[in-house]
Design a protein. Structure first.
Length: 557
C-alpha cells in the first residue's frame, strides 16, 4: 500500500503550481465565457436599481427598499458605475468572479491536498456554478464566499505581521457578514484554521499540536474581532449619517423575522420540498462525498489535511440551511468545499487504481491491468456527459447572442429562464420612445429590469410589489405607496400579468389580479389613468392629462 507521502492528494509542494493554476483558470474561462450572454435577472436588476439610486443620493431602505442586508447594494453601486446599463454586465461580472474564486479554491486546496486535487476542485466548482445559469450570477452568496476565502488566507498566514493580517481578515469577514448574515457560520472555519496549518503530511495528532501558542492565538482572535467590529462600525455610521438607520431597523427587526416565518407555511410538505431542492442542486452523491472523504482521510491518517475542507463544507451547508428557502444561489456557500471533497476522492481513487495497476504489472497480469484502467476511465466518463452537454448548449446560446443580442434576449431560454425578457424589453422600448425621461414610471409587478434599462427610478421605495401583497409586509405600506404615487404622479403605471411567486407572496394571483385585494391602488389607476398599450405580459397605463393626480384621496378599504 502506498504511503501518505506517495499520495497525489497530500503533496503541498508548490513546484510547478503556476502551470497547474494557469491551466485550471484557462479551462474555467472556456467553461464560463458563454456567461457573457447572461441577461440581468430579477434579483440582479433589483440590486442594480438600488445601487444606481445610492449613487444619486438615495437613502437605502428609506428611499429604495429590499429585504437584503446593505452590503450587496454598495457593491452594486460600484458595479453600476463601472458598467452602466449594459445587459452583458452581469455576465462579465460572473466571469471575473468565477476566475477569482477559482484562484482562491486552487490555492486553498493546494495548501492542504496538493496540486492535482486543486486543479480538479476548480473544475468541479465551475461546473456546479455554471449549471444554475444567470440565477447564480452576482448574487450575495458569491461575494460572501470570495470574502470568506480571502479572510481565510489572511488569518491562516503564519508569517510576519500576524496581528495586522488577523485584523484585515476580521474586516473582510465583517464585509461578508453585512452581505449576508449567515456568513457567521464560517467563523469556526476561520478561527480554527491555525490548528490545521502544516508544512507537509503529518498524523492528525502532530498537526493539531504543532506550534500552538495559546497567548498568540488568543491575541490573533482579538485582532480578528477588532477588524470585524471596525467594518461593522463604519457601516453602521454610514447608515446613521445617510439617514438610512431607521429604515434599516424596520427592515431587519420588523420585516425580516416576518419574512423568515413564512418559509414553513409556503410549502405544505416542507421537508419533502427541502429534500427535492437539495437533490436538485447538490445531489445525493455530492452529499455522500463528505462522509466518504472523512472515512478515507481517517483510514489514511490525512484528517489534519482534510479538516479545513470538512469544516468549510459544514459551515457552507449550515449557511444554506439557516435561510430555510433553499433558492438555487443559496447553494453557492456549499459548492467550493464539496468540489474539493470530490477532487480529494478522485485523486485517492486514482492512487488506488495506480497501486492496483502496479500490483497487476508485478504479476504480469496484463489483461487485468488493461481492464482495470478501462473500468477507471468508464467511471470518470460517467461524470462527463452533463457538463459537456451543458457546455455545448451554452456555446450555442453564446453564438446566438453574438449574432443578434436583441433577438437573443427576447427569446431567452438558456438555462430555464425564470422571467419573460421579451415583454420586459418591449415595455422598455415603449418607455424609451417618450423623450421626457423625468415623466416617471411605476411598475406594479416584479420586474425591476424595466426601471433599470429605461433609466427611471421607482417613485416609491418598493422596487417590486411583493412587500405590498405578501403577509410579511407591514400594514401601513399600501397606504404609503398611494401617498408616494399621489405626490409623484408618474406618467406611466405598468401592471404585470402572470408574475405570481407563491413561495414569496403567499398568493397564486398575479399582480393584475391581486389589485382586487388592493382597492386603493385599483381606484387610483382607474381615476387618473387610461390604458395606452398592451405589451403581452404587461399593460401600460398613461396618466390622463385632464386630471390632477396629486389631489387623490384614498377611498375607505
Amino acid at each position: 500500500m502506498t504511503s501518505d507521502r506517495d499520495s497525489l492528494a497530500v503533496r503541498p509542494s508548490k513546484a510547478g503550481s503556476g502551470q497547474w493554476l494557469a491551466l485550471a483558470l484557462l479551462l474555467v474561462l472556456v467553461q464560463t465565457l458563454p456567461s457573457l450572454s447572461y441577461p440581468i435577472g430579477r434579483d440582479q436588476a433589483t440590486y442594480c436599481v438600488i445601487g444606481r439610486g445610492l449613487m444619486h443620493g438615495a437613502r437605502l431602505y428609506h428611499d429604495l427598499w429590499d429585504n437584503k442586508p446593505p452590503g450587496i447594494f454598495y457593491i452594486y453601486a460600484f458595479i453600476v458605475r463601472i458598467c452602466g446599463k449594459a445587459m452583458w454586465s452581469i455576465g462579465l461580472l460572473d466571469i471575473l468572479w468565477l476566475l477569482a474564486i477559482s484562484f482562491c479554491i486552487f490555492r486553498f486546496t493546494e495548501r492542504h491536498l496538493g496540486k492535482a486535487a486543486a486543479f480538479l476542485a476548480v473544475q468541479v466548482n465551475a461546473a456546479m456554478h455554471i449549471r444554475a445559469g444567470y440565477w447564480d450570477a452576482g448574487q450575495p452568496e458569491t461575494f460572501l464566499m470570495l470574502f470568506v476565502f480571502v479572510s481565510y488566507f489572511l488569518i491562516s498566514d503564519r508569517g510576519n505581521r500576524r496581528a495586522f493580517k488577523a485584523a484585515c481578515s476580521g474586516a473582510l469577514f465583517g464585509a461578508a457578514f453585512w452581505i449576508k448574515y449567515n456568513a457567521v457560520t464560517f467563523a469556526p472555519f476561520l478561527l480554527l484554521s491555525p490548528y490545521f496549518q502544516n508544512a507537509g503530511p503529518r498524523t492528525s495528532e502532530q498537526a493539531l499540536n504543532a506550534g500552538f501558542d495559546l497567548r498568540k492565538e488568543t491575541m490573533r482572535t482579538v485582532w480578528f474581532a477588532a477588524g470585524f467590529f471596525l467594518t461593522s462600525a463604519i457601516l453602521v455610521l454610514g447608515l446613521l449619517f445617510s439617514g438610512a438607520w431607521n429604515g434599516f431597523l424596520e427592515e431587519q427587526f420588523r420585516v425580516l423575522p416576518r419574512y423568515a416565518a413564512t418559509a414553513f407555511p409556503a410549502s405544505p410538505h416542507y421537508w419533502t420540498w427541502i429534500a427535492g431542492r437539495i437533490q436538485t442542486w447538490l445531489g445525493f452523491w455530492t452529499l455522500a462525498a463528505a462522509p466518504a472523504a472523512f472515512v478515507m482521510a481517517w483510514r489514511r491518517r490525512q484528517l489534519a489535511q482534510l479538516a479545513p475542507v470538512l469544516m468549510g463544507a459544514a459551515g457552507g451547508f449550515t449557511a444554506l440551511a439557516v435561510q430555510m428557502r433553499y433558492q438555487p444561489y443559496y447553494f453557492e456557500t456549499c459548492y467550493p468545499f464539496f468540489a474539493v471533497l470530490w477532487a480529494y476522492l478522485a485523486v485517492q481513487l486514482f492512487d488506488g487504481a495506480r497501486l492496483l495497476a502496479g500490483y497487476f504489472a508485478d504479476r504480469r497480469w496484463q489483461a487485468a491491468r488493461v481492464l482495470m484502467w478501462v473500468a477507471f476511465a468508464n467511471l470518470i466518463a460517467i461524470c462527463l456527459p452533463g457538463p459537456v452537454m451543458r457546455l455545448v448548449v451554452n456555446y450555442k446560446a453564446f453564438s446566438a447572442w453574438r449574432h443578434d443580442p436583441a433577438h437573443f434576449y427576447s427569446n431567452y431560454t438558456w438555462p430555464g429562464a425564470a422571467e419573460d425578457f421579451r415583454d420586459v424589453l418591449r415595455v422598455v422600448d415603449y418607455l424609451k420612445r417618450d423623450p421626457d425621461t423625468a415623466a416617471g414610471v411605476y411598475v406594479w409587478g416584479n420586474e425591476p429590469l424595466i426601471y433599470y434599462l429605461s433609466g427611471h427610478q421607482p417613485p416609491a421605495r418598493f422596487v417590486w410589489n411583493l412587500p405590498l401583497i405578501a403577509p410579511w409586509g407591514l400594514h401601513g405600506w399600501p397606504q404609503e405607496l398611494i401617498q408616494r404615487l399621489s405626490q409623484s404622479a408618474p406618467h406611466y403605471i405598468v401592471v404585470a400579468r402572470d408574475d405570481e411567486i407563491y413561495d414569496l407572496s403567499g398568493t397564486y394571483q398575479d399582480s393584475s389580479h391581486v389589485l382586487q385585494s388592493f382597492p386603493a391602488l385599483a381606484h387610483y389607476i382607474q381615476t387618473f389613468y387610461r390604458p395606452c398599450a398592451d405589451e403581452g405580459a404587461f399593460e401600460i397605463y398613461c396618466r390622463s392629462r385632464d386630471k390632477a393626480a396629486g389631489s387623490f384621496a384614498r377611498p375607505p378599504s
